[in-house]
Design a protein around this ligand. Structure first.
Ligand code: ADP
Length: 469
């Protein structure tokens, strides 16, 4: 009673549900550009919040001094110190610490979370001894915070909502920079929270610092988000916004993008309903590291309910998030002839002696999930390029008629995050789909550049440039 045929049918149905041919991707591209417009036109005009960052000048390479960054991501927190010598080549990342965020903090209290961050910073600074700060000057810190914030200026803003499994409800509506500054002051640390920076904005700062053609950055880590440089006159919801540069970085919060053209399956619907933030972050739940493993798990769970091909221990798959995206990439990229890596991961989950045929099926499910994710990610990027008129089409920015030819300019899209950096197949599917959407000709002008730790380093640069301007 193995019911292999039922399993094959489930796979086929899933594969069809995830199908994202280029025609469909183009509809997603258009929807992204349209939603960006709507989000810029009025507050609440779109599921895309298109948040103002008050960052209008990006670092240009002349910055000097020593700066710190503390980054609270979705899975990791990082602390680093950079020294800037006043020229681009004099960027020296002196110390980097990266630790997993203890999971109990994610649903603790504001006090517990910020005390933890402050004590981590305290330890980091104690390690320095007196060399770096011999004059006893105040240390300037960027707080890189990878959650949606409504800013009033570059150094302060309130939390709009939690994402990625965090649930400390008392913090919603509170000023995040102030919370951290308070915790630092209580410990008597001479650290000043000079900027509150979304991780994508930090990444854009570093991208721009090295290459001023960088106008878009996207993060694929635990969650996913993008930001880009927008003309202030296109930010209609904020009339009379004066900036010296005539532009401002907009944090899209693209994880919350939604379109009926997205290929959504019953597994996605269940994942959303059972998450800590139902009806929210629909795009993120199809493309980001926290979720890909769980989509795969749900498909396997269904198969194991309808058949006995996974054997008696398959109930492990009823445990949410038991299959991590790291395991998905390890299985997907298993190039041993007998799929020994897949066997090892299944063994670690308590399933021994899973036949090769079933191991191959696992790899196939990983492929379907990741291919869809990579292709949708590409459509998102192409949507931004379309909005700013860098997609080779007419663009839909106001003041440019549709038929008018654009001068092709080199456009750099900076990309970072653990999913992108470590999962080769995700990256390849994304890049392949981007060329499919844009065409060979236009693709020559679009450079996708990977940036390791870009968001933390870039946030420190942003503090430097904002204090100097
Ligand atoms: P954060 O999201 O905390 O800022 P990262 O950008 O480093 O941190 O992203 C971490 C996430 O990236 C992990 O939670 C995981 O989902 C994904 N990831 C990391 N390594 C891999 C890998 N080898 N394969 C697939 N996904 C990975």
């Amino acid at each position: 009673r193995r019911k292999w045929r039922t399993v094959v049918e489930i796979l086929k149905e899933f594969e069809e549900g995830c199908d994202a041919p280029v025609g469909r991707l183009r509809q997603v591209v258009d929807a992204m550009a349209v939603e960006m417009h709507a989000g810029l036109a009025s507050e609440g005009g779109s599921k895309l919040k298109m948040l103002l960052t008050y960052v209008h000048d990006l670092p240009n390479g002349t910055e000097k001094g020593t700066y710190y960054a503390l980054h609270l991501g979705g899975t990791y927190f990082r602390i680093l110190r950079v020294h800037l010598g006043g020229e681009r080549s004099y960027l020296d990342v002196q110390d980097v610490e990266r630790h997993p965020i203890p999971s109990h903090l994610m649903n603790s209290t504001s006090e517990v979370l910020f005390n933890f961050l402050a004590s981590s910073l305290e330890r980091f600074i104690q390690k320095e001894g007196n060399e770096s700060n011999s004059q006893g000057v105040i240390r300037e810190l960027a707080f890189t915070f990878s959650f949606p914030v409504k800013h009033t200026c570059i150094s302060s803003g309130v939390l709009i909502k939690w994402t990625k499994g965090f649930e400390i409800s008392e913090m919603v509506g509170k000023d995040i920079a102030e919370c951290l500054q308070g915790a630092l002051n209580r410990r008597g640390l001479d650290i000043h929270v000079a900027a509150l920076v979304n991780d994508t904005v930090g990444a854009l700062s570093l991208g721009y610092y090295h290459d001023p053609d960088t106008v878009v950055t996207v993060v694929f880590g635990t969650g996913s988000n993008a930001c880009y440089l927008e003309r202030t006159d296109a930010i209609i919801k904020c009339q009379g916004l004066l900036t010296t540069s005539g532009s401002m970085v907009v944090n899209m919060e693209w994880g919350n993008f939604w379109s009926s053209h997205l290929p959504r399956t019953a597994y996605d619907i269940d994942l959303d309903a059972e998450s800590s933030n139902p009806n929210d972050m629909g795009f993120e739940k199809m493309i980001a590291g926290l979720y890909l493993g769980d989509i795969v798990r749900r498909v396997i769970l269904r198969m194991s309910q309808e058949s006995d091909i996974f054997g008696p221990s398959s109930s492990v798959f009823s445990q949410p998030y038991v299959l991590r995206t790291n395991s998905v990439s390890a299985m997907h990229e298993d190039d041993t002839p007998e799929l020994q890596e897949v066997a090892r991961i299944l063994r670690d989950l308590g399933l021994s002696d899973v036949p090769l045929k079933v191991r191959k099926l696992m790899v196939k499910i990983c492929d379907v999930v990741t291919r869809r994710a990579g292709r949708l990610a590409a459509a998102g990027i192409a949507g931004i390029l379309k909005k700013i008129g860098r997609d080779g089409g007419g663009g839909i920015t106001s003041g440019r008629s549709r038929g008018e030819m654009q001068m092709q300019r080199r456009t750099v899209v900076g990309v970072e995050g653990g999913l992108y950096m470590n999962y080769t197949m995700f990256r390849e599917y994304m890049e392949e789909a981007l060329v499919e959407i844009l065409g060979e000709e236009v693709s020559q002008y679009v450079v996708v550049k990977a940036m390791e730790d870009g968001s933390s380093i870039g946030s420190a640069l942003l503090v430097a440039s904002s204090l100097q301007s």
